[in-house]
Design a binder for this molecule. Structure first.
Ligand SMILES: *[C@@H]1O[C@H](CO)[C@@H](O)[C@H](O)[C@H]1NC(C)=O
Length: 247
């Protein structure tokens, strides 16, 4: 995945006069990569939404856009302050962009993935599986299904992507399908937090609650067999012991 970013750090200074005129300044930092080799510092002054003077770090001096702006530029470019504003690209832009890249933009958090049966197939109605990925960052993610290793295209009913509101995201993909014996269903999650897409195999046709019932039933059956066997052995021992007693 190629990441192209145009990052904006903006500082706005607004002065409003009583009759509604608006004078403000916006400083922007632009870059297209995290190595910060092409950072540009742009400082623009506006009057009623029209820019009248701008400093562009690539140009290295103030440029006026209006008569007043041109006059200002003549003064400001003559100034020792030019040294200071030329240093802003390092002092202000690189310093802050570095923090943004390290703490936010390049931070990745692996999703927690759950695969559940929402509906079992019955009476000719298809089964429904849901593959959910929770608490991942950044939001770009690809969740898809495999049936015997082949990407499923037709039977995916919906995908909901949601922001948790705490910088993390979640996504849910639903697969409607007619189960056939021996087939293998998997959910694949492709996210920047891992180099390779991660495959989660569906291990059965039973939803979690059914699985619990099945486990309890099986335990009961095993316990029953053990008790029956023990009872039978006890009975055999008793009856063979009785046989030893001469009548
Ligand atoms: C800054 O100046 C350079 C060189 O003229 C130009 O390529 C670039 O687009 C300018 N940046 C902005 C944001 O205007």
């Amino acid at each position: 995945m190629i990441l192209t970013l145009q990052l904006l750090l903006a500082l706005s200074l607004t002065v409003r006069t009583a009759d509604g005129y608006d004078h403000y300044r916006i400083t922007d930092c632009f870059t297209t990569s995290s190595d910060l080799t092409d950072v540009e510092y742009i400082d623009t002054y506006y009057f009623n939404k029209d820019p009248y003077i701008q400093f562009n770090s690539t140009v290295g001096k103030w440029v006026g856009f209006t008569e007043h702006g041109v006059k200002c530029a003549e003064h400001w470019n003559d100034d020792l302050d030019l040294q200071q504003i030329r240093a802003e690209v390092d002092r202000y832009c690189k310093f802050n962009l570095n923090i943004n890249f390290c703490d936010v933009l390049e931070k990745t958090v692996k999703p927690r993935v759950k695969l559940v049966a929402e509906k079992q197939a019955s009476g000719g109605h298809p089964a429904m599986l849901m593959c959910s990925a929770y608490d991942f960052y950044p939001p770009a993610i690809d969740v898809y299904w495999l049936k015997d290793g082949q990407k499923v295209t037709g039977d995916v009913t919906s995908i909901e992507e949601m922001a948790d509101g705490d910088w993390y995201y979640q996504i849910h993909s639903h697969l409607e399908y007619m189960p056939t014996s021996g087939e293998k269903i998997s959910c694949v999650v492709d996210h920047i937090s891992s180099k390779e897409p991660i495959i989660y195999d569906w291990d059965g046709f039973l939803p979690a609650s059914e699985k619990n019932k099945f486990a309890i039933g099986t335990s009961g059956l095993v316990l029953g067999i053990i008790l029956t066997a023990a009872g039978f052995l006890y009975y055999k021992k008793k009856s063979s012991g009785r046989n030893l007693v001469p009548s």
